[in-house]
Design a protein around this ligand. Structure first.
Ligand code: ADP
Length: 585
């Protein structure tokens, strides 16, 4: 009897041990999903027992450059720590959160609980010397920084770029990437005649209320086409060869569009070029202050990952290309009380005006600081620019909650933004149809944004104007009356109400789209005063030796208001000049 009991107990123990053993070593691959910045991220997580062995991304629509460290660094950390309790990648917060949520979803479905493993932080420490010596140090890796570094390197200098975020690209990366170039090759192909440097100069000056420096705006106008050709021929940026945008305030369709309709094409190709020239790029490296000896700027004091102090000596020059201050509410309100936390921003987290502050500390003069631009059509929940709403440049109209138009849709950004803020609820609706969408194939170019807006109930599609109005609680009769007028004006070519400069497009046929939008801080026009060589001037209008600047942190080009498509033209033109000028030292 005793013996029988003994063998039963033995059998139970061995069954228990066997199951425990097999479950702790069981390999399985489970899928999980989470919400990223541009829709859902789907991953396949491979487990062995209660350990994550691998994570594979199956579906996603995130920004290619910004998501790279998430899918590599963040993944490696999760696997090494066997934990999803990890820090997000700064600058890629939404993508990081979506990715972590997707892994958590898979963990939950697998029915296991992860046991975190402690890893030595030293294993991730890269080898960066405390002091680094270069001829030229470029601070900031947006379009301006890349253009400057590439030119300086090609002039034979030892160049480095330092970037505070984990990824390169700045606002250039998340912009639409369009670039004005009067007399460009696509205009020729499309038979657009009459555009000229003079016309572009006039539009830009007028668009900024004549507060841009005429000499500098002449340089921009004269060089914009050359800058576009440089991007096309030297950097191998692909522009769409049969489409152009006419942004508000421009007399012609003159903005080239990169493939994909975003700055990703520019930044990816500039990065490739910089790599091919062996220009080192130090990411997570924040410039904190400029080093000045006997009045000359000779380097940068930086901090790596917010911890280690690193010195970058620059024998010849420091070029500041750190962008504007749209994401810095304190700095915004210092110069213009209007733009407080009520306004979201279209800008990246790194757009905090560091270069302006650092240059000011060595005596730089500032100008036009109070001019802060809002982008009129941004996501009311996130503040992100709506690139889907680029249909406005092909004929989409704007209406208020009463179903009425209230501004010319191709007016300057500041004029449209102010007009929107005066409407009931301080928002607008943009309306277009499939015919308008088809002109630049906008929906296809921005599919992820389209899906996200639909999901968030910020965008509706309907077959009739009546249904469209009902979707957003506009009085259907009022909206129909507006659309009837638009169709009439489209036929006659005469918009009697707001004088649409490109001529309205008929909205007689559906299906239709309606998108809710608000203005969001987009560009800071003010900044450093630079001369023709992009040398930074001090408050006595004297050159600060060794210090150059280009891009959004300068304040002498855009006046009170930057026209669409002028940022890329500005940063590439003056970024190149900065690199060439410093390259001659
Ligand atoms: P631009 O259009 O003028 O080239 P961007 O916004 O595209 O400007 O790029 C500016 C870049 O500078 C961004 O990538 C931003 O993260 C980086 N940056 C800003 N401040 C610093 C800083 N203190 N140190 C290093 N990089 C910086």
């Amino acid at each position: 009897m005793k013996k029988r009991w003994g063998s039963i107990i033995l059998a139970i123990i061995s069954i228990f041990l066997l199951t425990a053993c097999s479950s702790s070593n069981k390999s399985q691959t489970i899928t999980g999903t989470g919400n990223g910045k541009h829709g859902s991220i789907k991953v396949a997580v491979t487990f062995k027992g209660d350990s994550i062995k691998n994570i594979k991304v199956l579906e996603q629509n995130e920004n290619k450059v910004l998501s790279k460290p998430v899918y590599k660094q963040l993944k490696d950390t999760i696997v090494a720590k066997n934990s999803t309790g990890v820090d997000v990648i700064s600058g890629s917060t939404a993508t990081s959160k979506g990715y972590i949520a997707a892994v958590n979803d898979a963990v939950k479905k697998a029915g296991i609980s992860l046991k975190a493993v402690k890893i030595k932080s030293s294993s991730a420490k890269p080898k960066i010397a405390k002091t680094n010596n270069y001829d030229i140090v470029v601070v900031g890796s947006g379009g301006g920084g890349f253009a400057a570094a590439i030119e300086a390197k090609q002039a034979g200098k030892k160049v480095a770029i330092i970037e505070k975020m984990p990824t390169v690209g700045g606002n250039t990366l998340i912009s639409g990437g369009e670039m004005n170039a009067p007399g460009n090759w696509v205009q020729k192909k499309l038979g657009i005649k009459g555009d000229s440097v003079a016309s572009y100069y006039k539009d830009t000056m007028k668009g900024g209320d004549n507060l841009g420096d005429p000499e500098m705006v002449h340089i921009l106008a004269n060089n914009a086409l050359g800058s576009a050709k440089w991007l096309r021929d030297d950097i191998h940026v692909k522009f769409i060869n049969d489409q152009l945008f006419q942004f508000g305030g421009h007399s012609y369709k003159r903005a080239l569009i990169p493939v994909g309709h975003t700055g990703q094409e520019l930044v990816t190709k500039l990065n490739t070029k910089a790599k091919s020239l062996n220009i080192p790029i130090y990411v997570n490296m924040k410039a904190k202050s400029l080093i000045q000896k006997d009045g000359r700027v000779t380097g940068v004091k930086a901090q790596y990952q917010g911890k280690r102090n690193i010195t970058f000596n620059a024998k010849k020059a420091v070029i500041l290309t750190t962008g504007g201050f749209g994401s810095n509410v304190k700095m915004r309100t210092k110069y213009n009380k209007e733009f407080d936390q009520r306004y979201k921003s279209t800008d990246t987290a790194g757009t905090t005006g560091d270069g302006i502050t650092m240059a000011q500390q060595v005596g730089a003069k500032l100008t036009n600081m109070k001019y802060i631009q809002t982008y009129p059509i941004a996501n009311p929940k996130t503040g992100m620019i709506s690139l889907l709403a680029d249909t406005r440049f092909d004929g989409a109209i704007l209406v208020n909650q009463n179903g009425q138009r209230f501004v010319e849709e191709l007016e300057r950004r500041d004029v449209i933004s102010k007009a929107i803020l005066k409407q009931p609820g301080s928002y607008t609706y943009q309306i277009w149809n499939d015919k308008i969408d088809g002109i630049s194939k906008t929906k296809a170019a921005h599919k992820a944004e389209y899906d996200e807006l639909i999901k968030e109930h910020l965008l509706y599609k309907a077959d009739t104007i009546n249904e469209l109005a009902k979707d957003v609680n506009i009085d259907p009769a009022a909206l129909s009356a507006t659309i009837t007028k638009v169709n009439q004006y489209a036929k006659t070519g005469n918009d009697k109400d707001f004088h649409h400069r490109a001529g309205l497009v008929s909205l007689a046929k559906g299906p239709y789209y309606i998108e809710k939008a608000v203005p969001s801080v987009h560009h800071t026009m003010g900044g450093l005063v630079i001369n023709k060589q992009t040398q930074v001037l001090n408050t006595d209008d004297q050159v600060i030796l060794g210090l150059y600047a280009a891009g959004e942190l300068t304040g002498v080009i855009q006046g009170s208001n930057r026209l669409g498509g002028n940022a890329i033209a500005d940063i590439i033109t003056f970024g190149r000049i900065a690199g060439q000028s410093a390259g001659k030292l």
